[in-house]
Design a protein around this ligand. Structure first.
Ligand code: EPU
Length: 338
């Protein structure tokens, strides 16, 4: 076991926060994972995946297990569908590109989302009208209570908007080791309703897009709008888009008739957190080393050497102002480790 001590995690979290791990292990086999979890001294390890949805506020005085399980394989197929298993340590975007190369449709709208495959189900990643839950078949997890592998179905995972059992009732219980997606081999069902996708396809003169065209359109939109974490530390959307009662929307519309909103079930609507933050005056603003991105207010950025506490304080300031102005409490989407 190649256990390391006192390792900086700066390069391993997309916010680029410089904290240290007292112990660090890059895990490449399930046997090693089991072996290490069996040791009493590593009772409460921290599982590090792509580090792209994470705000680290302090040094971690515990073992950091960096997910290094790799591999993609076809498990089964019919004339129309294929079951593909990807190990948790595969880079998500590379997996999406692999699917597109093999003409397997379903995940193309999720191109260029940072992070590893194993984190995708945790917050049910989504973009441009598609969530990973739509193609999810099952996942294999290591149950920390028993140190045994278990298979969880889509139903077991209880996916919601940026939500699953891995964030709620079974938080910290399971370590996802692989995910199986059910993808389409032909008659791909494209999701191109999202305005920005249609605009890109139109500009490119593409009338009958395929999954590669959709992926390329998404890559273009994301690259134009969202900062590249390699150039400017960030964790994508810092807050979830709030879901509120329609009554509150009616009240807000009297002052802000243009407020973007998306109808949900049960007389509720989803608002755009980025819009609220912009209207609260934070878009493009900077405080010390931290700021709100000038093209997408929902993305908080590290302008260099920010500490986790600075990012956190800036986020709290945003929550307070949005609360005062709109009577809405934003919830962080990013996992904050205090
Ligand atoms: N908006 C503003 N000002 C801003 C940002 C957005 O007015 O600074 C408005 C936009 O004009 C638009 C609306 O807010 O009317 C929604 O904006 P956008 O389409 O950029 O999407 P989003 O709701 O801000 C969500 C996801 C993103 C995902 C995009 C595209 C969440 C928390 N975020 O953002 O996911 O890429 O939709 O589908 O649901 C992530 O989770 O890290 C992430 C980037």
């Amino acid at each position: 076991m190649n256990l390391k001590e006192n390792i900086s995690l700066k390069e391993l979290n997309s916010f680029g926060i410089d904290v240290k791990a007292s112990n660090y292990l890059y895990v490449q086999t399930i046997d090693t994972l089991k072996e290490v979890l069996d040791q009493d001294r590593f009772k409460d390890p921290f599982i590090l995946s792509g580090g792209s949805n994470l705000l680290l506020m302090n040094d971690l005085d515990r073992l950091v297990i960096h997910m290094g399980l790799k591999g993609i394989e076809v498990l089964d197929e019919t004339n129309d569908e294929v079951f593909v298993k990807a190990m948790a340590g595969e880079v998500w975007h590379e997996f999406v590109l692999w699917c597109i190369e093999h003409h397997y449709g379903g995940l193309e709208n999720l191109s260029l989302i940072p992070g590893y495959v194993g984190s995708a189900p945790i917050q049910n990643i989504g973009a441009y009208g598609v969530e990973q839950g739509a193609c999810f078949n099952s996942c294999e997890v290591l149950d920390r209570e028993t140190n045994e592998l278990v298979t969880l179905s889509k139903k077991d995972c209880e996916f919601g908007y940026r939500d699953s059992i891995f964030k709620s009732k079974h938080k910290n219980r399971y370590i996802i080791t692989s995910v199986i997606y059910k993808l389409q081999k032909n008659n791909h069902k494209l999701h191109i309703d999202y305005g920005a996708i249609q605009t890109v396809l139109k500009v490119k003169g593409i009338k009958n897009p395929n999954i590669k065209d959709v992926s390329e359109a998404v890559i273009q939109i994301r690259s134009e709008k969202l900062p590249n974490p390699k150039e400017l530390g960030n964790s994508g959307s810092f807050f979830k888009n709030p879901i509120i009662d329609k009554d509150l929307l009616d009240t807000l519309q009297k002052t802000y008739p243009e407020i973007p909103h998306y109808t949900q079930e049960n007389n509720q609507v989803k608002l755009a957190a980025g819009w609220l933050i912009e209207k609260a005056g934070f878009k493009g603003q900077r405080k010390g080393n931290v700021g709100s991105h000038h093209k997408q207010a929902l993305v908080l950025v590290n302008h260099g050497n920010a500490t986790g506490k600075e990012v956190y304080e800036f986020a709290m300031e945003i929550i307070k102002k949005v609360q005062e102005q709109f009577a809405i409490t934003l919830e962080p989407e990013v996992r904050i480790i205090k």
